[in-house]
Design a protein around this ligand. Structure first.
Ligand code: FAD
Ligand code: UDP
Length: 382
């Protein structure tokens, strides 16, 4: 055997696993079917000459969608910062509903913009009035779908302007046919605070996520454009154990059926202006705009005057669609059929000898970046 581990997938799970394994004195080969390392955190660098032609600025385009690192886990935060310093970026998206602008997440700024209320007491009274009908209709039972959950949480104005149509675009389903938990992720705050996350630590790696991946994989053998299934026998024969981070149904040749996913496609273009929309993330929450949000990548890493020192900008429109074979798998669909199918695949995975299944595709789980790293660190802690 040439290696202790063959690691299928060079995303954060595979790269962190390889780093920890190397630290423990093991040898690894990391392969990826894509032509680059890093999985979904990979950034494409876009160089822009400055106005004077002297300096060059690099805009790191988040190729597979906006990635904002956030965690309350000090160990994870210190781990990633030991490879690359993180900047002070704070996610504070703006919602555009038919030309009206609202701050997200739902907080005192949003309530003031919607209803002209000035104090938390006024906002709470307004929300209580807005929720009353939906809460009464439940008759004491728990909300059973996203629409009921949202109406009980924030009431009808916010549901209709900021949730319903955005969610239907994102998931391609009526809000009544979606699970309630999706919307519980959105915080509601009685303070003037547009920070989307409640976590203690947040930021973007200075120089982009590729720096983090390069450092994690430093000194480790890697192969890109290498699909595990095209060379399965040969690759498996090269290592004692396999760490598999690809889709779990594909590993078992779809023998129980295919898992569903939502995918996102991106239309990315360069705008000849230093500041296109004034924020990294603008959500379009009505049906009349076909995309869900527009990302202006430079705002993840350029602040204040530096936005204007770089005379161009790169923006991406995000379109959410149903997954078809050949597309990228982005979000697991957590309905009953898929949850039960995923459980059956997990049971098969549990029986597989010498294979560790990990990460968002192999576990069929919506995973933020920090919990992926936390999971790998915990595997090596015991
Ligand atoms: P991936 O990064 O997907 O890596 C898996 C790798 O396996 C891929 O490179 C793939 O090419 C490779 N692979 C698959 N099959 C094979 C095969 N047969 N052979 C070889 N290689 C294979 N998290 C946050 O914390 N903050 C955010 O703001 C955030 N935004 C997100 C936005 C979007 C649109 C999406 C989809 C996710 C977002 N995430 C965010 C989650 C984040 O992307 C994941 O936590 C992270 O990518 C998980 O890493 P992973 O290694 O499990 O998967
Ligand atoms: N959501 C919404 N309006 C918004 C943003 C989000 O209704 O402007 C809902 C939507 O259902 C989405 C969920 O909140 O699926 C979680 O959104 P978030 O942006 O946190 O998740 P992401 O798409 O980044 O994974």
């Amino acid at each position: 055997m040439t290696y202790d581990y063959l690691i299928v997938g060079s995303g954060l799970f595979g790269a962190t696993f390889a780093y920890k394994a190397k630290e423990a004195g093991k040898t690894c080969l990391v392969i990826d079917k894509r032509s680059h390392l890093g999985g979904n955190v990979y950034c494409s660098p876009y160089p822009v000459a400055s106005t004077t032609g002297q300096a060059e600025h690099i805009i790191h385009v988040h190729t597979y969608g906006a990635h904002i690192f956030h965690t309350s886990n000090k160990e994870v935060w210190e781990f990633v910062n030991s490879f690359v310093p993180f900047n002070r970026y704070t996610n504070s998206p703006v919602a555009n509903y038919k030309g009206e602008l609202y701050n997200l997440p739902f907080n005192m700024n949003t309530f003031a913009q919607l209803w002209g209320v000035r104090t938390p007491a006024e906002a709470q009274a307004k929300i209580a009035e807005q929720r009353a009908e939906a809460v009464a209709a439940l008759n004491g039972r728990e909300p059973s779908n996203l629409e009921e959950q949202a109406l009980c949480l924030v009431g009808k104005d916010i549901f209709l302007k900021l949730i319903k149509e955005y969610t239907e675009k994102q998931w391609g389903r009526d809000c009544k046919d979606l699970p309630a938990f999706i919307i519980r992720r959105l915080p509601v705050r009685w303070v003037f605070d547009n920070n989307y996350f409640n976590d203690l630590y947040q930021g973007i790696p200075i120089g982009g996520y590729n720096v983090l991946i390069e450092k994690l994989l430093d000194g480790i053998d890697t192969r890109t454009d290498c699909d595990f299934f095209a060379h399965r026998e040969e690759l498996t024969g090269m290592a004692e154990k396999v760490v598999y981070t690809g889709p779990v149904d594909e590993y078992f040749d779809y023998r129980l059926g295919r898992l569903d996913w939502r995918t996102v496609s991106f239309k990315t273009r360069v705008e000849d202006t230093p500041n296109y929309q004034g924020n990294a993330v603008v959500n379009y929450t009505s049906h009349d705009v076909p995309y869900t949000r527009v990302i202006e990548h430079k705002h993840f890493e350029m602040f204040g005057q530096s936005v204007y020192d770089c005379p161009k900008t790169v923006v991406s429109e995000e379109y959410s669609t149903e997954y078809k074979p050949g597309m990228e798998q982005f979000y697991p669909v957590n309905d009953d059929r898929n949850n039960s199918l995923a459980d059956q695949y997990r049971a098969l995975a549990g029986q597989e000898k010498n294979v560790i299944f990990g990460g968002r595709l192999a576990e069929y789980k919506y995973y933020d970046m920090a919990p992926v790293i936390e999971k790998v660190l915990s595997l090596f802690a015991s």
